[in-house]
Design a protein around this ligand. Structure first.
Ligand code: SF4
Length: 462
Protein backbone atom coordinates (compact mmCIF):
# COMPACT_ATOMS: atom_id res chain seq x y z
CA UNK A 1 0.00 0.00 0.00
CA UNK A 2 1.55 3.40 -0.97
CA UNK A 3 2.39 5.75 1.91
CA UNK A 4 1.69 9.15 0.31
CA UNK A 5 -1.30 11.31 1.32
CA UNK A 6 -3.04 11.09 -2.07
CA UNK A 7 -4.34 7.57 -1.54
CA UNK A 8 -8.06 7.41 -2.25
CA UNK A 9 -10.22 4.35 -1.77
CA UNK A 10 -10.97 2.82 -5.17
CA UNK A 11 -14.70 3.08 -4.45
CA UNK A 12 -14.42 6.90 -4.10
CA UNK A 13 -12.29 7.25 -7.23
CA UNK A 14 -14.82 5.30 -9.25
CA UNK A 15 -17.76 7.24 -7.81
CA UNK A 16 -16.27 10.62 -8.80
CA UNK A 17 -15.10 9.49 -12.22
CA UNK A 18 -17.75 11.48 -14.10
CA UNK A 19 -17.33 13.76 -17.12
CA UNK A 20 -16.31 17.30 -16.30
CA UNK A 21 -14.45 20.36 -17.61
CA UNK A 22 -10.71 20.89 -17.18
CA UNK A 23 -11.34 24.57 -16.33
CA UNK A 24 -8.68 26.14 -18.52
CA UNK A 25 -11.38 28.81 -18.66
CA UNK A 26 -14.54 29.65 -16.78
CA UNK A 27 -17.13 29.81 -18.26
CA UNK A 28 -15.91 26.90 -20.37
CA UNK A 29 -15.68 27.22 -24.16
CA UNK A 30 -19.00 25.44 -24.95
CA UNK A 31 -20.79 28.39 -23.30
CA UNK A 32 -19.27 31.02 -25.60
CA UNK A 33 -21.33 32.64 -28.33
CA UNK A 34 -20.84 32.49 -32.11
CA UNK A 35 -22.43 35.93 -32.25
CA UNK A 36 -19.19 37.37 -30.82
CA UNK A 37 -17.10 38.70 -33.71
CA UNK A 38 -14.29 41.04 -34.71
CA UNK A 39 -16.06 44.23 -33.61
CA UNK A 40 -16.54 42.74 -30.15
CA UNK A 41 -12.87 41.70 -30.07
CA UNK A 42 -11.76 45.21 -31.05
CA UNK A 43 -13.90 46.70 -28.28
CA UNK A 44 -12.55 44.16 -25.78
CA UNK A 45 -8.94 45.01 -26.66
CA UNK A 46 -9.60 48.77 -26.36
CA UNK A 47 -11.23 48.28 -22.96
CA UNK A 48 -8.45 45.96 -21.84
CA UNK A 49 -5.82 48.46 -22.90
CA UNK A 50 -7.66 51.17 -20.99
CA UNK A 51 -8.46 49.30 -17.78
CA UNK A 52 -5.40 47.06 -17.45
CA UNK A 53 -2.65 49.08 -19.08
CA UNK A 54 -0.19 48.11 -16.34
CA UNK A 55 -0.92 44.39 -16.56
CA UNK A 56 1.77 42.40 -18.37
CA UNK A 57 1.05 40.23 -21.40
CA UNK A 58 1.26 36.58 -22.27
CA UNK A 59 1.37 35.65 -25.94
CA UNK A 60 0.37 32.33 -27.46
CA UNK A 61 0.91 31.24 -31.06
CA UNK A 62 -0.83 28.16 -32.45
CA UNK A 63 1.12 26.26 -35.11
CA UNK A 64 -1.18 23.47 -36.28
CA UNK A 65 0.94 21.52 -38.77
CA UNK A 66 2.06 17.93 -38.22
CA UNK A 67 3.90 15.41 -40.36
CA UNK A 68 1.93 12.43 -39.16
CA UNK A 69 -1.29 11.76 -37.26
CA UNK A 70 -1.10 10.37 -33.72
CA UNK A 71 -4.39 8.52 -33.40
CA UNK A 72 -5.13 9.72 -29.86
CA UNK A 73 -4.65 13.38 -30.80
CA UNK A 74 -7.13 15.83 -29.32
CA UNK A 75 -5.44 18.99 -30.65
CA UNK A 76 -6.42 21.34 -33.42
CA UNK A 77 -3.92 20.19 -36.06
CA UNK A 78 -3.49 19.43 -39.74
CA UNK A 79 -1.29 16.73 -41.24
CA UNK A 80 0.16 18.17 -44.42
CA UNK A 81 3.20 18.25 -46.68
CA UNK A 82 2.19 21.50 -48.40
CA UNK A 83 4.93 24.04 -47.71
CA UNK A 84 3.01 26.76 -49.57
CA UNK A 85 0.15 26.34 -47.09
CA UNK A 86 2.59 26.66 -44.18
CA UNK A 87 4.02 29.86 -45.70
CA UNK A 88 0.54 31.27 -46.24
CA UNK A 89 -0.31 30.49 -42.62
CA UNK A 90 2.86 32.11 -41.30
CA UNK A 91 2.10 35.27 -43.26
CA UNK A 92 -1.43 35.32 -41.81
CA UNK A 93 -0.21 34.86 -38.22
CA UNK A 94 2.37 37.62 -38.63
CA UNK A 95 -0.38 39.92 -39.97
CA UNK A 96 -2.54 39.07 -36.97
CA UNK A 97 0.36 39.79 -34.59
CA UNK A 98 0.90 43.10 -36.36
CA UNK A 99 -2.78 44.12 -36.21
CA UNK A 100 -2.98 43.29 -32.51
CA UNK A 101 0.34 44.89 -31.54
CA UNK A 102 -0.85 48.21 -33.01
CA UNK A 103 -3.70 48.19 -30.48
CA UNK A 104 -1.60 47.41 -27.40
CA UNK A 105 1.01 49.78 -26.07
CA UNK A 106 3.80 49.69 -23.50
CA UNK A 107 3.05 46.41 -21.81
CA UNK A 108 5.87 43.95 -21.09
CA UNK A 109 5.52 40.38 -22.30
CA UNK A 110 6.25 37.99 -19.42
CA UNK A 111 5.26 34.73 -21.06
CA UNK A 112 5.33 33.36 -24.60
CA UNK A 113 4.23 29.90 -25.63
CA UNK A 114 4.09 28.25 -29.04
CA UNK A 115 1.87 25.20 -29.18
CA UNK A 116 0.50 22.95 -31.82
CA UNK A 117 0.31 20.83 -33.80
CA UNK A 118 4.04 20.60 -34.07
CA UNK A 119 5.73 24.02 -33.81
CA UNK A 120 9.02 22.43 -34.92
CA UNK A 121 7.32 21.60 -38.20
CA UNK A 122 8.72 25.06 -39.02
CA UNK A 123 12.33 25.13 -40.17
CA UNK A 124 14.92 27.38 -38.51
CA UNK A 125 14.33 30.25 -40.94
CA UNK A 126 10.56 30.13 -40.34
CA UNK A 127 11.00 29.90 -36.55
CA UNK A 128 13.29 32.96 -36.64
CA UNK A 129 10.93 34.92 -38.87
CA UNK A 130 7.98 34.32 -36.57
CA UNK A 131 9.88 35.09 -33.37
CA UNK A 132 11.32 38.22 -35.01
CA UNK A 133 7.78 39.38 -35.82
CA UNK A 134 6.91 39.22 -32.13
CA UNK A 135 10.17 40.71 -30.87
CA UNK A 136 9.92 43.68 -33.26
CA UNK A 137 6.43 44.59 -32.10
CA UNK A 138 6.39 43.78 -28.38
CA UNK A 139 8.71 44.41 -25.44
CA UNK A 140 9.78 41.02 -24.16
CA UNK A 141 10.77 41.06 -20.50
CA UNK A 142 14.34 39.71 -20.05
CA UNK A 143 12.98 37.29 -17.43
CA UNK A 144 10.11 36.08 -19.64
CA UNK A 145 9.12 32.43 -19.67
CA UNK A 146 9.48 31.52 -23.37
CA UNK A 147 8.39 28.00 -24.19
CA UNK A 148 7.69 25.81 -27.19
CA UNK A 149 6.27 22.36 -27.77
CA UNK A 150 8.69 20.15 -29.67
CA UNK A 151 8.04 16.73 -31.20
CA UNK A 152 11.28 14.72 -30.78
CA UNK A 153 11.01 12.63 -34.00
CA UNK A 154 10.99 15.78 -36.15
CA UNK A 155 13.13 18.18 -34.09
CA UNK A 156 16.78 18.64 -35.04
CA UNK A 157 19.68 19.90 -32.93
CA UNK A 158 19.93 22.78 -35.39
CA UNK A 159 16.35 23.82 -34.61
CA UNK A 160 17.07 23.61 -30.88
CA UNK A 161 20.14 25.83 -31.33
CA UNK A 162 18.02 28.34 -33.25
CA UNK A 163 15.37 28.33 -30.53
CA UNK A 164 17.96 28.84 -27.79
CA UNK A 165 19.50 31.77 -29.69
CA UNK A 166 16.08 33.36 -30.19
CA UNK A 167 15.44 33.30 -26.44
CA UNK A 168 13.36 30.18 -25.85
CA UNK A 169 14.18 28.85 -22.39
CA UNK A 170 11.62 26.09 -21.79
CA UNK A 171 10.70 23.01 -23.79
CA UNK A 172 7.65 20.88 -23.65
CA UNK A 173 7.34 17.52 -25.40
CA UNK A 174 4.89 14.69 -25.70
CA UNK A 175 6.10 11.23 -24.80
CA UNK A 176 2.90 9.44 -23.73
CA UNK A 177 4.45 5.95 -23.51
CA UNK A 178 7.77 4.47 -24.62
CA UNK A 179 6.40 0.97 -25.17
CA UNK A 180 6.83 0.02 -28.87
CA UNK A 181 3.48 -1.78 -29.12
CA UNK A 182 1.61 1.14 -27.56
CA UNK A 183 3.46 3.55 -29.87
CA UNK A 184 2.61 1.40 -32.88
CA UNK A 185 -1.08 1.30 -31.92
CA UNK A 186 -1.28 5.12 -31.73
CA UNK A 187 0.93 5.68 -34.80
CA UNK A 188 3.60 7.60 -32.95
CA UNK A 189 7.05 6.05 -33.07
CA UNK A 190 9.37 7.86 -30.68
CA UNK A 191 12.37 5.88 -29.45
CA UNK A 192 13.68 6.53 -25.94
CA UNK A 193 17.24 7.19 -27.17
CA UNK A 194 16.05 9.92 -29.56
CA UNK A 195 14.07 11.67 -26.81
CA UNK A 196 16.99 11.34 -24.40
CA UNK A 197 19.44 12.87 -26.90
CA UNK A 198 17.11 15.83 -27.49
CA UNK A 199 16.68 16.49 -23.78
CA UNK A 200 20.43 16.30 -23.16
CA UNK A 201 21.06 18.74 -26.01
CA UNK A 202 18.40 21.14 -24.69
CA UNK A 203 20.00 21.13 -21.24
CA UNK A 204 23.41 21.73 -22.76
CA UNK A 205 21.95 24.73 -24.62
CA UNK A 206 20.63 26.22 -21.38
CA UNK A 207 16.91 25.41 -21.48
CA UNK A 208 15.95 25.75 -17.83
CA UNK A 209 12.83 23.62 -17.77
CA UNK A 210 11.84 20.50 -19.66
CA UNK A 211 8.22 19.40 -19.50
CA UNK A 212 7.09 16.01 -20.70
CA UNK A 213 3.59 14.69 -21.25
CA UNK A 214 2.60 11.16 -20.37
CA UNK A 215 -0.73 9.59 -21.15
CA UNK A 216 -2.59 6.75 -19.49
CA UNK A 217 -5.52 4.89 -21.00
CA UNK A 218 -3.85 4.22 -24.38
CA UNK A 219 -4.24 0.92 -26.25
CA UNK A 220 -2.28 -2.08 -24.91
CA UNK A 221 -1.08 -0.17 -21.86
CA UNK A 222 -0.73 -2.25 -18.72
CA UNK A 223 1.08 -1.92 -15.42
CA UNK A 224 4.26 -3.64 -16.64
CA UNK A 225 4.60 -1.54 -19.79
CA UNK A 226 3.66 1.76 -18.16
CA UNK A 227 5.97 0.91 -15.25
CA UNK A 228 8.85 0.55 -17.72
CA UNK A 229 7.95 3.90 -19.30
CA UNK A 230 8.01 5.51 -15.86
CA UNK A 231 11.44 4.02 -15.15
CA UNK A 232 12.72 5.59 -18.38
CA UNK A 233 11.12 8.90 -17.47
CA UNK A 234 13.06 8.89 -14.21
CA UNK A 235 16.27 8.47 -16.19
CA UNK A 236 15.35 11.63 -18.16
CA UNK A 237 14.27 13.47 -15.00
CA UNK A 238 12.11 16.18 -16.62
CA UNK A 239 11.43 19.23 -14.45
CA UNK A 240 7.68 18.98 -14.94
CA UNK A 241 5.40 16.16 -15.98
CA UNK A 242 1.83 16.33 -17.20
CA UNK A 243 0.03 13.03 -16.76
CA UNK A 244 -2.95 13.08 -19.07
CA UNK A 245 -5.91 10.81 -19.17
CA UNK A 246 -6.53 9.70 -22.76
CA UNK A 247 -9.98 11.01 -23.62
CA UNK A 248 -11.49 8.60 -26.14
CA UNK A 249 -14.08 10.86 -27.76
CA UNK A 250 -14.46 9.58 -31.36
CA UNK A 251 -17.80 11.40 -31.62
CA UNK A 252 -15.78 14.63 -31.38
CA UNK A 253 -12.48 13.41 -32.93
CA UNK A 254 -13.41 10.85 -35.64
CA UNK A 255 -9.77 9.86 -36.27
CA UNK A 256 -9.79 8.27 -32.82
CA UNK A 257 -11.88 5.51 -34.45
CA UNK A 258 -8.49 4.31 -35.73
CA UNK A 259 -7.92 3.09 -32.16
CA UNK A 260 -9.74 -0.20 -31.59
CA UNK A 261 -11.87 0.14 -28.46
CA UNK A 262 -11.19 -3.45 -27.42
CA UNK A 263 -7.47 -2.62 -27.07
CA UNK A 264 -8.12 0.15 -24.53
CA UNK A 265 -7.67 -0.51 -20.81
CA UNK A 266 -10.89 -0.87 -18.81
CA UNK A 267 -11.88 2.00 -16.45
CA UNK A 268 -10.52 -0.06 -13.51
CA UNK A 269 -7.23 -0.66 -15.34
CA UNK A 270 -7.00 3.07 -16.12
CA UNK A 271 -7.36 3.95 -12.46
CA UNK A 272 -4.65 1.38 -11.64
CA UNK A 273 -2.32 2.99 -14.25
CA UNK A 274 -3.01 6.41 -12.77
CA UNK A 275 -2.24 5.15 -9.27
CA UNK A 276 0.93 3.47 -10.49
CA UNK A 277 2.11 6.73 -12.07
CA UNK A 278 1.32 8.89 -9.07
CA UNK A 279 3.11 6.47 -6.69
CA UNK A 280 6.14 6.38 -8.94
CA UNK A 281 6.36 10.15 -9.46
CA UNK A 282 5.97 10.97 -5.77
CA UNK A 283 8.59 8.36 -4.87
CA UNK A 284 11.03 10.05 -7.27
CA UNK A 285 10.83 13.57 -5.84
CA UNK A 286 7.94 15.11 -7.77
CA UNK A 287 5.32 17.24 -6.09
CA UNK A 288 1.71 16.84 -7.15
CA UNK A 289 0.64 20.31 -8.30
CA UNK A 290 -2.96 19.34 -9.02
CA UNK A 291 -5.09 18.45 -12.03
CA UNK A 292 -2.65 16.58 -14.30
CA UNK A 293 0.59 18.26 -13.25
CA UNK A 294 3.68 17.24 -11.30
CA UNK A 295 6.92 19.18 -10.77
CA UNK A 296 10.23 18.43 -9.10
CA UNK A 297 10.20 19.74 -5.51
CA UNK A 298 12.92 22.27 -6.40
CA UNK A 299 11.08 23.49 -9.52
CA UNK A 300 9.57 26.98 -9.57
CA UNK A 301 6.03 25.55 -9.96
CA UNK A 302 6.34 23.66 -6.69
CA UNK A 303 7.61 26.77 -4.93
CA UNK A 304 4.83 28.91 -6.42
CA UNK A 305 2.19 26.47 -5.27
CA UNK A 306 3.65 26.44 -1.76
CA UNK A 307 3.56 30.25 -1.50
CA UNK A 308 0.18 30.54 -3.31
CA UNK A 309 1.40 32.52 -6.29
CA UNK A 310 0.74 29.75 -8.80
CA UNK A 311 -1.63 30.63 -11.63
CA UNK A 312 -3.29 28.68 -14.36
CA UNK A 313 -4.26 29.80 -17.85
CA UNK A 314 -4.84 28.23 -21.27
CA UNK A 315 -1.15 27.37 -21.49
CA UNK A 316 -1.18 25.45 -18.21
CA UNK A 317 0.22 26.36 -14.81
CA UNK A 318 2.49 29.40 -14.64
CA UNK A 319 4.48 31.26 -12.02
CA UNK A 320 4.22 34.55 -13.91
CA UNK A 321 2.30 37.47 -12.45
CA UNK A 322 -1.28 38.10 -13.42
CA UNK A 323 -1.26 38.72 -17.16
CA UNK A 324 -3.64 39.12 -20.09
CA UNK A 325 -3.33 36.52 -22.79
CA UNK A 326 -3.33 37.46 -26.48
CA UNK A 327 -3.29 34.51 -28.85
CA UNK A 328 -2.62 34.17 -32.55
CA UNK A 329 -3.44 31.57 -35.16
CA UNK A 330 -6.21 29.14 -35.92
CA UNK A 331 -8.49 28.22 -32.98
CA UNK A 332 -6.37 30.21 -30.53
CA UNK A 333 -8.05 31.72 -27.49
CA UNK A 334 -7.40 35.14 -25.98
CA UNK A 335 -8.21 35.81 -22.33
CA UNK A 336 -8.50 39.53 -21.59
CA UNK A 337 -9.79 39.16 -18.04
CA UNK A 338 -13.32 40.40 -18.77
CA UNK A 339 -13.63 38.71 -22.17
CA UNK A 340 -12.63 35.45 -23.85
CA UNK A 341 -12.54 35.20 -27.61
CA UNK A 342 -11.45 32.54 -30.05
CA UNK A 343 -10.26 32.59 -33.65
CA UNK A 344 -11.94 30.36 -36.28
CA UNK A 345 -11.37 26.69 -35.53
CA UNK A 346 -10.94 25.63 -39.16
CA UNK A 347 -7.70 26.52 -40.92
CA UNK A 348 -9.33 27.72 -44.15
CA UNK A 349 -11.78 29.92 -42.21
CA UNK A 350 -8.86 31.47 -40.35
CA UNK A 351 -6.86 32.09 -43.54
CA UNK A 352 -9.89 33.57 -45.33
CA UNK A 353 -10.66 35.84 -42.38
CA UNK A 354 -7.06 37.09 -42.31
CA UNK A 355 -7.19 38.01 -46.01
CA UNK A 356 -9.41 40.95 -45.04
CA UNK A 357 -6.65 42.23 -42.75
CA UNK A 358 -9.00 42.41 -39.79
CA UNK A 359 -8.98 40.53 -36.51
CA UNK A 360 -10.46 37.08 -37.09
CA UNK A 361 -12.33 36.49 -33.77
CA UNK A 362 -15.28 34.19 -34.44
CA UNK A 363 -16.77 33.46 -31.03
CA UNK A 364 -16.36 34.59 -27.47
CA UNK A 365 -17.92 35.70 -24.26
CA UNK A 366 -18.08 38.77 -22.09
CA UNK A 367 -18.02 37.72 -18.45
CA UNK A 368 -20.65 38.86 -15.96
CA UNK A 369 -19.69 39.78 -12.38
CA UNK A 370 -20.94 36.34 -11.31
CA UNK A 371 -18.78 34.62 -13.96
CA UNK A 372 -15.71 36.49 -12.75
CA UNK A 373 -16.38 35.65 -9.12
CA UNK A 374 -16.84 31.95 -9.90
CA UNK A 375 -13.72 31.97 -12.09
CA UNK A 376 -11.77 33.44 -9.20
CA UNK A 377 -13.06 30.71 -6.88
CA UNK A 378 -12.16 27.96 -9.38
CA UNK A 379 -8.70 29.41 -10.11
CA UNK A 380 -7.86 29.64 -6.42
CA UNK A 381 -8.98 26.08 -5.78
CA UNK A 382 -6.99 24.76 -8.76
CA UNK A 383 -3.87 26.89 -8.21
CA UNK A 384 -3.63 27.01 -4.43
CA UNK A 385 -5.94 24.24 -3.15
CA UNK A 386 -7.05 26.93 -0.72
CA UNK A 387 -9.60 29.69 -0.72
CA UNK A 388 -9.78 32.51 1.82
CA UNK A 389 -13.43 33.54 2.05
CA UNK A 390 -12.63 37.04 3.37
CA UNK A 391 -10.35 37.76 0.38
CA UNK A 392 -13.12 36.82 -2.03
CA UNK A 393 -15.63 38.92 -0.08
CA UNK A 394 -13.39 42.00 -0.27
CA UNK A 395 -12.55 41.56 -3.94
CA UNK A 396 -16.07 40.80 -5.16
CA UNK A 397 -18.31 42.54 -2.60
CA UNK A 398 -20.20 39.44 -1.47
CA UNK A 399 -20.86 37.52 1.71
CA UNK A 400 -19.33 34.14 0.82
CA UNK A 401 -21.50 31.73 2.81
CA UNK A 402 -24.72 33.50 1.83
CA UNK A 403 -23.79 33.81 -1.87
CA UNK A 404 -22.61 30.22 -2.18
CA UNK A 405 -25.10 28.51 0.17
CA UNK A 406 -26.24 25.99 -2.47
CA UNK A 407 -22.66 25.30 -3.59
CA UNK A 408 -21.50 24.67 -0.02
CA UNK A 409 -24.34 22.19 0.34
CA UNK A 410 -23.22 20.43 -2.85
CA UNK A 411 -19.71 20.23 -1.41
CA UNK A 412 -20.84 18.61 1.83
CA UNK A 413 -20.68 15.00 0.55
CA UNK A 414 -17.24 15.72 -0.95
CA UNK A 415 -16.13 17.01 2.46
CA UNK A 416 -17.51 13.85 4.06
CA UNK A 417 -15.42 11.83 1.60
CA UNK A 418 -12.35 13.75 2.78
CA UNK A 419 -11.75 15.74 -0.43
CA UNK A 420 -11.83 19.14 1.25
CA UNK A 421 -12.54 20.83 4.54
CA UNK A 422 -15.18 23.53 4.76
CA UNK A 423 -14.07 25.88 7.52
CA UNK A 424 -15.55 29.12 8.88
CA UNK A 425 -13.04 31.27 7.04
CA UNK A 426 -11.69 29.05 4.26
CA UNK A 427 -12.06 26.07 1.94
CA UNK A 428 -9.05 23.75 1.97
CA UNK A 429 -8.56 21.00 -0.58
CA UNK A 430 -6.97 17.96 1.06
CA UNK A 431 -4.19 16.02 -0.69
CA UNK A 432 -6.67 13.32 -1.69
CA UNK A 433 -9.02 16.05 -2.96
CA UNK A 434 -6.27 17.27 -5.29
CA UNK A 435 -6.90 14.18 -7.40
CA UNK A 436 -10.50 15.26 -7.85
CA UNK A 437 -10.12 19.03 -8.17
CA UNK A 438 -12.36 19.10 -11.22
CA UNK A 439 -15.20 17.56 -9.20
CA UNK A 440 -14.74 20.15 -6.44
CA UNK A 441 -14.74 23.02 -8.95
CA UNK A 442 -17.85 21.64 -10.66
CA UNK A 443 -19.84 22.58 -7.55
CA UNK A 444 -19.20 26.25 -8.42
CA UNK A 445 -19.96 25.94 -12.14
CA UNK A 446 -23.26 27.72 -12.75
CA UNK A 447 -23.55 26.34 -16.30
CA UNK A 448 -23.33 22.61 -15.63
CA UNK A 449 -26.95 22.44 -14.57
CA UNK A 450 -27.87 23.46 -18.10
CA UNK A 451 -26.12 20.47 -19.68
CA UNK A 452 -28.60 18.13 -21.35
CA UNK A 453 -28.37 14.71 -19.68
CA UNK A 454 -26.74 12.15 -21.96
CA UNK A 455 -24.78 14.73 -23.99
CA UNK A 456 -21.04 14.39 -23.50
CA UNK A 457 -19.37 17.78 -23.75
CA UNK A 458 -16.44 16.91 -21.50
CA UNK A 459 -14.04 14.05 -20.90
CA UNK A 460 -14.01 11.98 -17.72
CA UNK A 461 -12.30 13.45 -14.70
CA UNK A 462 -9.89 10.49 -14.31
S1 SF4 B 1 2.27 15.52 -32.98
FE1 SF4 B 1 0.88 16.31 -31.40
S2 SF4 B 1 -0.55 17.63 -32.49
FE2 SF4 B 1 0.48 16.36 -34.05
S3 SF4 B 1 -0.88 14.62 -34.35
FE3 SF4 B 1 0.62 14.02 -32.79
S4 SF4 B 1 -0.37 14.54 -30.82
FE4 SF4 B 1 -1.48 15.62 -32.43
Amino acid sequence: MPQHPYVLPREILERYNTSGPRYTSYPTAPEWSDAFGREDALRAIAENQESRKDTPLSLYVHLPFCHKLCYYCGCNMLVTKQQDLVERYLDAVIREIDLTAKLIRHRPVVQIHWGGGTPTYLNSEQLSRLYGAIAERFTIDPEAEVSIEVHPPVTTFEQLETLAKLGFNRLSMGIQDFDPEVQQAVNRIQPFEQTQALIEKARELGFVSINTDLMYGLPFQNATRFGETLEKIHRLRPDRIALFNYAHVPWLKPHQNLIKEETLPTPEEKIALFELAIDSLLAHGYRYIGMDHFALEENELSKAQADRTLRRNFMGYTTRADSDLYSFGVSSISDLDAVYYQNPRKLMDYLTAMETDELPASRGMRLSADDRLRRDVINRLIGHCYLDKAELETLHGIEFDAYFGAELEKLQPLAEDGLLTIETDALKVTPRGQLLLRNICMAFDAYLGEQVPGTRKFSRTL
